[in-house]
Ligand binder design. Structure first.
Ligand SMILES: Cc1cc2nc3c(=O)[nH]c(=O)nc-3n(C[C@H](O)[C@H](O)[C@H](O)COP(=O)(O)O)c2cc1C
Ligand SMILES: CC(C)CC(=O)C(=O)O
Length: 392
């Protein structure tokens, strides 16, 4: 696939040329290139409530970022880096780039085209997407926007097991290629900003795209959601998460899908071992972007121990705190097979819908290509810890 892939082997250079040539015509990128500037710009384009919702616990988010600073890349020289491969192999398929877009729910609070704008931008660049159960658009629409580009479905396991089964079966039918069960959000964390703003987007009917389109969800309502949206919201709030879940419940999921199952939100190596015992196909090391447990371990700090516990038996993915290509490089060198890119693409969405997402993603691709080459490597799938040193 990498031979035909849109991102050519000189993508970074081509993108630089494109930007510098436009500069000769007096044009500069309107979407900030630097991640901190991008976040600031995006915040100005959002309502204060949406801005608060996109935020998280200051301490855990800071910890996620600080963990990246403790690792440094040691570039190697004179190793012919003229042919480069950004692809990685996972679950028997090759992803054209070493990242997927992370599942981020309720994107209609950021932009009316929400996940559809994201999917269109992703598809045009052949970037895989992991769609949230709490998406504003329904999974069938998003799958059709993604076409042949890999797309996976993130599952919030409902208290209503029939609904859980229905969501998973719809995802399989719509062509999603894996189910990623999020384990760390069986309740919502104590989110200072949302509490202060007294704001929960679901209560305004946002993020229910996959629920109001679901026959099992609809059957449980007194009236159709189009006539009585309040009843739909109330039912959603009652059933959408399930704090009673245990490892034993995973067997239920296996009975209802043939798709590979990955578990998202693992930090402890014992949980990783438990996941292997359950026969799952992959793990995502994540602290949910510092949104769930204040003071939680930085996800990057958890990664090496989980990778060591898993011993290559299943792929380990990673998210939480990725802001630029060197962060992806570090996570892969520490043993992640691929990563999930979170907030940065939403910052693009806030400013320019599909075009804004596309700008951010193109910058990531260019930076990824150049970081690989200039560090003296030719393939993201071949990186090892040897490429890094840890600050004493
Ligand atoms: C606004 C927002 C909504 C999110 N919604 C979901 C979701 O629906 N399902 C899920 O598994 N994770 C969700 N996440 C977590 C992301 O998938 C990912 O773990 C996190 O954004 C990574 O942190 P980062 O964005 O700081 O890199 C959400 C994150 C944000 C910021
Ligand atoms: C609670 C979810 C529905 C969305 C989510 O995962 C989040 O807000 O972090």
């Amino acid at each position: 696939m990498s031979d035909t892939f849109h991102v050519s082997r000189s993508y970074g250079f081509e993108r630089q040329l494109q930007v510098y040539m436009a500069g000769l015509q007096g044009q500069r990128p309107t979407i900030a290139v630097n991640p901190e500037a991008l976040e600031q710009q995006a915040s100005a384009a959002m309502t204060p409530e949406a801005q608060g919702y996109l935020g998280g616990m200051g301490s855990s988010m800071r910890a996620n970022r600080e963990a990246f600073q403790r690792w440094q890349i040691v570039p190697r020289m004179l190793r012919d880096v003229s042919q480069r491969d950004l692809s990685v192999e996972i679950l028997g398929t090759r992803l054209p780039v070493p990242f997927l877009l992370a599942p981020i729910g309720v994107l209609s609070i950021i932009h009316p085209e929400a996940e559809l704008a994201v999917a269109r931008a992703a598809k045009a660049l052949e970037i895989p997407m992991l769609l949230s159960t709490a998406s504003s658009k329904n999974m069938e629409e998003v799958a059709s926007a993604m076409g042949e580009t890999p797309h996976w479905f993130q599952l919030y396991w409902s208290k209503d097991f029939d609904l859980t089964a229905s969501l998973v079966q719809r995802a399989e039918q719509a062509g999603y290629q894996a189910i990623v069960v999020t384990l760390d959000t069986t309740l919502l964390g104590w989110r200072d900003q949302d509490i202060q703003n007294a704001y929960l987007p679901f209560l305004l009917g946002q993020g229910l795209g996959n629920y109001v389109s679901d026959p099992v969800f609809r059957r449980a309502l007194p009236d159709p959601p189009e006539e009585n949206p309040f009843a739909a919201v109330r039912h959603f709030v009652n059933i959408f998460t399930n704090p009673a879940l245990t490892w034993n419940d995973l067997a239920f999921l296996r009975q209802h899908t043939k798709l590979p199952i990955l578990l998202k939100g693992i930090l402890h190596p014992d949980d990783a071992r438990r996941a292997l015992d359950s026969g799952i196909e992959g793990i995502v090391v994540s602290n949910h972007g510092g949104r769930q447990v204040d003071g939680a371990q930085a996800a990057l700090d958890a990664l090496p121990r989980v990778v060591d516990a898993v011993k290559g038996q299943v792929p380990v993915l990673f998210d939480s705190g990725i802001r630029r290509a060197s962060d992806i490089f570090k996570a892969l060198a520490l043993g992640a097979r691929a990563v999930l890119l979170g907030r940065p693409y939403v910052w693009g969405l806030a400013q320019g819908g599909e075009d804004g997402v596309s700008e951010v993603l193109q910058n990531f691709l260019a930076d990824l290509d150049l970081t690989l080459a200039l560090s003296g490597h030719t393939s993201y799938s071949a990186l090892t810890r040897d490429a890094l040193v840890r600050e004493p």
